[in-house]
Design a protein around this ligand. Structure first.
Ligand code: DSN
Length: 432
């Protein structure tokens, strides 16, 4: 069934309209397993499609550089108050355009170009903005890498401590894009305290798990916490930053500054990095921060992990290797190091069959980042449309069939694709 949306586009710009419809059809007939994706809720889609996209509001509520902001001030304040209640943080900035700008703003707020930071390389499951060489964060700052153990796939906090003691970074990132285990923020906090570094958690991948109480909460331990509002949170394409109010390293790093940590962060976002905030996205953020306080959302957050674990166990039962042997989060990494085919071969074959994921390095990977020996699978999107453990068994079966038929995928793809489309027909996809 096609949901009728965008009637004006339909009537006057069929090229754009048809492409949106094609994407919507694709989304409701395939299994979205990219670990960073989900489905925004309807309220978010409505807020993001509103007239708020028209408004310029450079500055912050009550202190704008343009007139006419009575209502957008109220919207931004609502997003902030709801966000603070949701996460229990002292300060929140909802203006970052997305996750990378949020992280960039933290660098600009706290550091000087050339400073040392500790982060996990992209090749080991970290994010581009945690100091990877081709990103601004690796060009302007010096990444001191730390990595999950190549055998266990887990972080060794003694090793993290040893590196921090030796290198004396000014900031430590705690956050990953492809790591299936829980992070020990208390241990990170002890290390940061010992070496005098800011501790910044990036929870873009795991925020709903934290809200649901199935992953440790970094807010009490960190100077700053960054996040996106899309991914598993199901909000708008946008970012936000939480922080303490006081700068515990004021004397050490910012002795001449007149600003506390909250103000440093706000200044890092605007005017250092960004201009006018995207008010339609901020309204969407207010909407998701309300929904995320419900029991329904918390059940969803907990179910994401149950689904990932059910998927993982079934894949293992079918003989598939999983990096690190399991998962405690929303994602798992299929490990093809012993297979003749690559992660890229597998992700392309999966996509032909209607399972959308991405190829990814796994710990100990000997293949190049453009081929890899892994595929990253996430369960947030499937959980957001109501799938449960029994559904994950079916999904594991399709994944296994694809992997067993990589060499003749074109022969089997039409049958698997059609089974998956029929299966997806039993679920409701918001917006699609
Ligand atoms: N690109 C996102 C991911 O897929 O993990 C992170 O920003």
């Amino acid at each position: 069934m096609t949901v009728e949306r965008q009637p004006n586009l339909k009537a006057t710009d069929p090229e754009v309209y048809d492409l949106i419809q094609k994407q919507a059809n694709y989304e409701r007939t395939t299994l979205k397993m990219i670990a960073s994706e989900s489905y925004a809720i309807e309220n978010v889609l409505e807020a993001c499609g509103s007239i708020l996209t028209n408004k310029y509001a450079e500055g912050y509520p009550g202190a704008r550089y343009y007139e006419g902001n009575e209502f957008v001030d109220a919207i931004e304040n609502l997003a902030i108050e709801r966000g603070k209640a949701l996460f229990g943080c002292e300060h929140m900035n909802v203006q970052p355009y997305s996750g990378s700008p949020a992280n960039n703003a933290v660098y600009r707020a706290l550091l000087n170009v050339g400073d040392k930071i500790m982060g996990v390389p992209v090749s080991d499951g970290g994010h581009l903005t945690h100091g990877w060489k081709v990103s601004f964060s690796g060009k302007d700052f010096v990444q001191i890498p730390y990595r999950p153990n190549q055998e266990t796939g887990r972080l060794d906090m003694d090793e993290v401590r040893e590196i921090a003691r030796r290198e004396q970074p000014k900031l430590i990132w705690a956050g990953m894009s492809a790591y299936p285990f829980k992070l020990d923020y208390a241990a990170f906090a002890e290390i940061a305290e010992e070496v005098g570094a800011y501790l910044v958690a990036d929870i873009a991948h795991i925020n709903a798990l934290i809200i649901a109480g199935v992953h440790p909460d970094p807010v009490p331990y960190c100077d700053v916490v960054t996040s996106t509002a899309h991914k598993m949170l199901r909000g708008p394409r946008a970012g936000f930053i939480m922080s303490k109010i006081e700068d515990r390293y004021h004397e050490k790093y910012h002795p001449t500054s007149k600003w506390n940590l909250a103000k440093l962060i706000d200044r890092g976002v605007f005017p250092t990095l960004q201009g006018g905030p995207h008010m339609h996205a901020i309204a969407g953020m207010a909407a998701i921060f309300k929904y995320a306080q419900t029991d329904e959302f918390k059940s969803y957050g907990a179910q994401i992990v149950k689904n990932a674990q059910a998927l993982c166990e079934e894949l293992k039962a079918l003989g598939r290797a999983i990096a690190g042997g399991g998962t405690e989060t929303h994602l798992l990494l299929l490990d093809f190091r012993k297979e003749e085919f690559t992660g890229k071969d597998a992700s392309q074959a999966l996509a032909k069959c209607g399972i959308i994921a991405n190829f990814n390095m796994v710990p100990g990977d000997q293949r190049s980042p453009s081929q890899t020996s892994g595929v990253r699978l996430g369960t947030s999107a499937l959980t957001s449309v109501g799938m449960k453990e029994a559904d994950m068994k079916k999904v594991a079966g399709w994944i296994d069939r694809v992997c067993a038929n990589i060499g003749k995928i074109d022969e089997v793809a039409p049958q698997i694709r059609s089974e998956i489309a029929e299966f997806c027909g039993g679920f409701k996809f918001p917006g699609a």
